[in-house]
Design a protein around this ligand. Structure first.
Ligand SMILES: [Zn+2]
Length: 294
């Protein structure tokens, strides 16, 4: 079994999550886009996209037809917003079903041209289940300078985002633009797109939107703090390490976390095998009592 930089219990949790995800995917009709797009899960995800699209518009994170949202549906499909529509006016029927190559399989509208960006992120990082692109004013102002805000000022920013990456400018909607984020998508869930906006990925559309809020609010507050005219007080390095420990337990990416941190020791591997066996037994109905609390 592949070893990761997390504790045995966390690895078991990941296994259980993977099992749950597989159960949610279309099964016998997995090859049918029609079944996938009409599934209860697809309907729930469309509702979430519409709700988050409305939040983006109300927060003034998207202008005109700007911004786009997508979410993975099972292992083969992606639901995404259409092109040339305000994110504040979306209806369920406007949401497109695409494969991982960007081919539209269901829906009457043309997909967003930025789906290429979303697909590159999904292909590069399996943890990305939802991607959101928008133009929040304060974060985009930083993107105009190809600069990320400094770290070490607000705990929430350190935990949920950390050092934001800055991807170089490319013409929007092109494959070259989509590939500008590739060097960053493993260690960063939030990327500033130079002279353009931002893109965030997470496990859900709702959480991806949270990242946009956290980044833009952080940029805004930082710029206000500069106007006070007093030196900024940065959190001590030891306190940052404590936040990184929290972040690691939450399974969030951060370029400051060492790649080999928490490699599972031999005795931990045995413990993990025992825990996995207990979980599998429970899933198979062989054991009712002694499964570890997850
Ligand atoms: Zn854009």
């Amino acid at each position: 079994m592949e070893q990761t930089a997390v504790s045995p219990t966390e690895q078991v949790r990941e296994v259980v999550q993977a099992v749950v995800e597989s159960l949610r995917e279309p099964k016998t009709e997995e090859d049918s886009p029609l079944v996938a797009t009409n599934s209860f899960e697809a309907q729930a995800l469309r509702t979430e996209i519409l709700r988050v699209g409305r939040k983006l518009w109300e927060r003034q994170y998207v202008d005109g037809n700007g911004g786009n949202i997508s979410v993975r549906l099972g292992s083969k499909y992606v639901l995404c917003t259409p092109t040339l529509m305000s994110k504040g006016d979306l209806e369920p029927a406007d949401i497109c079903l695409s494969d991982l190559e960007g081919n539209i399989l269901a829906g009457d509208r043309l997909r967003t041209s930025e789906l290429l960006l979303h697909l590159e992120i999904y292909k590069a990082n399996p943890k990305a289940r939802a991607v959101l692109h928008c133009h929040p004013p304060y974060a985009t102002a930083f993107a105009m300078t190809s600069t990320a805000p400094p770290n070490g000022l607000i705990p929430e920013y350190e935990i949920f985002i950390g050092p934001a990456a800055v991807a170089p400018y490319e013409t929007p909607g092109t494959q070259a633009f989509a590939e500008t984020v590739l060097p960053y998508v493993e260690d960063h869930n939030t990327i500033l797109l130079a002279n353009h906006g931002i893109v965030c990925w997470s496990d859900t559309v709702t959480h991806a939107e949270w990242l946009a809020e956290i980044l833009d609010n952080y940029c805004k507050t930082y710029l206000i703090a500069l106007q006070i005219g007093k030196p900024l007080t940065f959190m001590p390095e030891q306190k940052i390490k404590e936040l990184l420990a929290v972040k690691r337990r939450m399974g969030l990416p951060d370029a400051r976390l060492p790649k080999d941190a928490g490699q599972v020791a031999v005795e931990d591997t045995a413990e993990m095998a025992r825990l996995v066996e207990q979980v599998v037994a429970r899933l198979e109905g062989r054991e009712q009592e002694s499964c570890p609390s997850l």
